[in-house]
Design a protein around this ligand. Structure first.
Ligand code: ACM
Ligand code: ZN
Length: 509
């Protein structure tokens, strides 16, 4: 009986694959796609390579016209904004969308089609995103890649219809953004004698920094002009850039530049990561830094980090103890929660909302915080139950510093193969329909402890970012691993021609 059921499932799978053909190589796969049949079905003669530039384009921006093509499909407002309809014919391509954003995604689809297939079929596509947050994070602190690298990745993100770039700008081994009120952050702690992170950080204790201009110093940072340049590039591609300013942990570099921000310990002991939340001067520092960051980045979000604060110092620091007593805080976790909640109030006063790593649940979540669930998915599910927005970035699926093949260059962590990345489903069955809107989406994180070279960073990003993009954009029922693996190979070959370093999608073959 079981065999008959499996056979039936296979036959029905084949039939539905036929009803919804997948000959196109697009990533992410569109919601609906149909090919015009017959000998006239392919558009070779009228399509230029790359941009479809010689094809006449007719664009109509009209919500009503798009809704007509959507029929009874019920999209939310943010989905409608990104949705598009394309009719690709021999002589012209028609685009209908409710918003410029939809037109942009339609053009990305056409660009990818023309690049992947020299004879794209005459076809109709109706498409919209599944999740509103489709992100990548780049750690620029451990190793610094700079503006051109970032723009190159934004270009690929746009092609993949990814729309959030999480800029991890500051961390223990380097501060990477100009802050006028605190110049030593970039004059000193953006520079170190050793280029490779693991040569600098020994035994989890950070190494030295050197003054800007020191011969042979490794490092760099973004000036305000660089940030403006990146933002306008991202904006043209409908990508929101979300800066991260870590607090209260992961602040070795801040303390090296401004030692007075550390706890002053009676026993002279050292735990080099945290800021002292007992002191008012710490909050003055954080607020002044954030004011400049808010001025640079228009995103409604500020990522405040919140991860891996060790909190040991706080238990013996007189300032921290005094704060805990004054505020009625019973544990170091509550002192962390006090810090995050206070910074959330500050962010709100300036029209911003906070995102934090899932440790911000400890000691009580700030009322409006969005949680980035990284230890796994449980913290994210808890946050959803508590009525918070969540972005899923689970370590064992979406940590792109982990190796995709044991044989690859500098493998670390667990095996996170392309298939593993592709297999992640953000909408757990336990999430009630009424809470589904709290799942904002997904993000891949490229931490760079062992990733120094630009080619290595790209090799870690691609093709796995293709899989994250498809999970973020495509409808769940359209996902199909064997077909995705095939399409990832086609896109990888094209991306290599464009100058990207891409790891083989099927490394064992
Ligand atoms: C993290 O990996 N510490 C967010
Ligand atoms: Zn303290």
């Amino acid at each position: 009986m079981k065999r008959i059921l499996i056979a039936l499932a296979l036959v029905s799978g084949l039939m539905s694959a036929k009803a919804q053909p997948q000959p196109i190589n697009l990533i992410p796969v569109p919601a609906e796609y149909s090919v015009r049949s017959g000998p006239e079905g392919r558009c070779k003669s009228s399509i230029c390579s790359k941009e479809l530039a010689c094809l006449k384009e007719k664009v109509r921006i009209s919500e009503k016209a798009l809704l007509r093509r959507l029929g009874g499909r019920n999209l939310s407002d943010w989905q409608l904004k990104s949705a598009y309809w394309i009719e690709l014919g021999k002589k012209c391509v028609k685009i209908v969308a409710a918003d410029e954003e939809g037109v942009f995604y339609a053009r990305q689809t056409l660009k990818m089609m023309a690049s992947l297939d020299s004879t794209p079929p005459c076809c109709t596509i109706l498409d919209w995103p599944r999740f509103r947050y489709r992100g990548l994070m780049l750690d620029e602190s451990r190793h610094f890649q700079g503006k051109d690298f970032v723009k190159k990745q934004l270009e690929m993100m746009a092609l993949l219809k990814m729309n959030r770039f999480h800029f991890h700008l500051v961390d223990n081994p380097g501060w990477r953004v100009q802050i006028d009120a605190y110049p030593r952050l970039t004059k000193l702690t953006a520079w170190r004698p050793q280029a490779y992170f693991w040569d600098w950080e020994k035994n989890e204790i950070g190494g030295p920094f050197v003054e800007e201009g020191t011969p042979g110093a490794y490092g760099g940072y973004y000036t305000k002009q660089d940030v403006a340049d990146i933002l306008s590039f991202a904006d043209e591609r409908h990508i929101e850039v979300i800066p991260e300013i870590e607090m209260p942990g992961h602040n070795y570099e801040t303390r090296a530049a401004y030692p007075e921000l550390a706890c002053q310990l009676p026993n002279g002991g050292k735990d080099p990561w945290e800021l002292c939340p007992g002191k008012e001067s710490t909050f003055e520092f954080l607020e002044k830094v954030l004011l400049e960051v808010f001025e640079m980045f228009p995103s409604q979000y500020i990522h405040i980090g919140g991860d891996e604060a060790r909190k040991n110092n706080w238990k013996i620091c007189p300032d921290c103890q005094a704060r805990m007593q004054a505020e009625g805080l019973k544990s170091a976790e509550e002192l962390q929660s006090y810090t995050i909640k206070r910074m959330e109030r500050f962010a709100h006063e300036h029209g911003k909302r906070i995102i934090g790593w899932d440790e911000i649940l400890q000691g009580g979540l700030a009322p409006d915080a969005t949680v980035m669930s990284w230890h796994g998915t449980e913290a994210g599910l808890q946050a959803v139950r508590e009525g918070h927005d969540v972005i899923f970035t689970p370590t064992h699926y979406y940590y792109l510093d982990y190796h995709q093949d044991p044989a690859q260059f500098r493998p670390v962590g667990r095996l996170v193969s392309l298939e593993k990345v592709y297999s992640f489903e953000p909408m757990a069955e336990s999430i009630p329909e009424a809470d589904a809107h709290h799942v904002l989406g997904v993000q891949g994180n490229l931490w760079t402890e062992h990733v120094q070279e630009a080619w290595h960073a790209e090799m870690m990003l691609y093709p796995r970012a293709f899989a994250i993009a498809e999970t973020g954009w495509s409808q769940a029922e359209r996902k199909n691993w064997p077909d995705f693996e095939r399409r990832a190979s086609v896109l990888s070959a094209v991306a290599r021609k464009w100058g990207y370093t891409v790891y083989p999608p099927s490394p064992q073959q």
